[in-house]
Structures are given as structure tokens and as C-alpha cells.
Design a protein around this ligand. Sequence first.
Ligand code: ZN
Length: 342
Amino acid sequence: MIPVFDGHNDALTVEDHADLGGGRKGGHLDLPRMRRGGMLGGIFAVFTPSPQERSGRRRFRGEAYREPLAKPVPQGDAAAHATAAAGRLLRLEREGRLRVAREVADLDAAHDDPSSPPVAVLHLEGAEAIDPELEALDQWHAAGLRSLGPVWSRANAFAHGVPFAFPSTPDIGPGLTDAGRALIGSCAELGVLVDLSHMNEAGFWDAARMEAGPLVASHSGAHALCPASRNLTDPQLDAIGSSDGLVGIVFATVFLRTDFGDNPDTPLTLIAEHARYVAERIGPRHVALGSDFDGATVPSELGDAAGLQKLVDALRQVGFAESEIEDVCWHNWRRALGDWWT
Ligand code: ZN
């Protein structure tokens, strides 16, 4: 089995999160399925939905769409919600079921001994839980936060997320705020990776100009293959490559398919084709995986985390060499995280 490090899942905030350790009935990810799929590590997102979204997930119907931006979340609400979700991960660590990554050695330990507990990187998807003065950031870092997306697909004190739209450029709305620049600077200082996946294009370029660290989009696809607002344009890919960053290729069918359908009947090879496109444009060193397990519809052919080795086979089929596959599946994430953490 090829060891897999996956760049984005939403399992911490699913309804049946209590069964993450022992195994859930549905969904995509839990610890037993991670083990079956060779997923020895991953980035675990803490995402606080906007108030109107708590009851259900958006459905894309396979036709042009432009969703209005989700409503902002007050800091207090996000702080309470996110603290509880992060606590779930720390509890799994206390029970010995997984290891929370605080340094690169934690990633290596999970990789080098597949029988040891898998490694989890604590990630905030949208920094609403942090005050604009950034006083809470140190607290989060002390709790194990090692990855942060300043913004989800809505506006906050730091940046503007890209609204969900298709077909659409990601160039919608203004860039980073002063607080957003300060946040990215502080993340670089503390050693917290900055994730640009939900950021609009103006914010992406503002972040790129800061040169705070490699540019990373944890769960996105190639805009050239699927022109959704959430995907990366060729110039963005080029900037990611020249910063020695990476793209975690998303498995969400809406960001893979040319008809933008939220459709599980999507060939698994489409994920590999996005990976191939990015590798051909900027090199396999800048390609990684970012499933969005438990946050989106993924190809039923893949199924869930237990099916990850099928994706490894699909990467072989589109022409990745064995050593490139090992990099895409693990070492590229290890390098990008390590660059931010040290
Ligand atoms: Zn996301």
C-alpha cells in the first residue's frame, strides 16, 4: 500500500463525529476506514457553517449556478463551535487513537510505522474563531493548530472567500484586509500553514505578494478542466509552482466535472486527470491530494477513505511514475507543511 496523506476532510464536524474512532455507518472517513485505505495522515478541518446552512448542505444540480455568499459568522459563535470540534481531535489523541501533528517528526512517525496511530493536522477552515487582533491565534497554536484557511466561501475580518459559481472566474470581490495580512504574517511566524483554497483571486495574489511561505490550496481543482470559481487558474497554478507550494486535488465532483454535476456517478480517473494536468503544468512536486471527504459528493467508484488505493491505481493509469505517486500521496504535503512549520 502507498501511504496516503490527505489534505482536507470535514469529519470532525459531521453529526456522528462520536463514532470517528470506532467507525461510522455512513459518510466517508473514520479511523478504521483510514487504515483500510492506507491513509496514515490527513488535515482535519474545523469548519463553522453560516447560520442558514446548519440544517442542510447546498446541492448543485449540474447546471450553471452562482450561489450568493454565505452569511458571516460572529466570532463568538465560531469560537464556541470550533473549540468543541477541535476538542474532539484532541480527545482522540488522548485516547491513543491518533497523533496530532505538532512537528514534522509526527508526520514521519506515522509514515514510517503504519501500525502506529495515524497523524492528524488540526486545521481551521475560515478564521472566524480568531479575533482580528489575533490574540486567540496563540491559544489555537498551543492547542495544536498547524494549518489555517483565513477564509471560507464568505467574507470575514481577514479576507473574502470565493462564492460558489460555475462557470466563473475566481476573480470575485476584494483582497485581503489589513487583519488578513497580519494573520498570514503571524501564521508564518508561529509555524501554521496558510491554505488558500476558498480565497478569491484578489486575496490569493495579495497572499502571494507577501511571500510568507509556499502557496498552498488544500482542496481545489484545475480551472482549465472545470471552470468553477473554486478552482485554480493557470496563472495561479504557475504561482503555486514557483513558490514551491502545492495543490491538494479535490475529489468533489462539482469541481471535477465539465458539467459541474453533484454526481457520484463520476469516474475516479477524473481526479487523476486533474492531478495529471497540474503535474504537467507545474510539475508532480506540486501535486497532492485534498479529498474534501465528508464535505462533498465524491465519485462512488472511490467510495470513501477505504478506497484511496483505487485512486493510487488511477494515478498510475494516467502516467505517474511510482516515485511521483509516493510524492503526490505523501511527501509533497510533508514538504509544504514542513516549510511552514520551521
Ligand atoms: Zn472547503
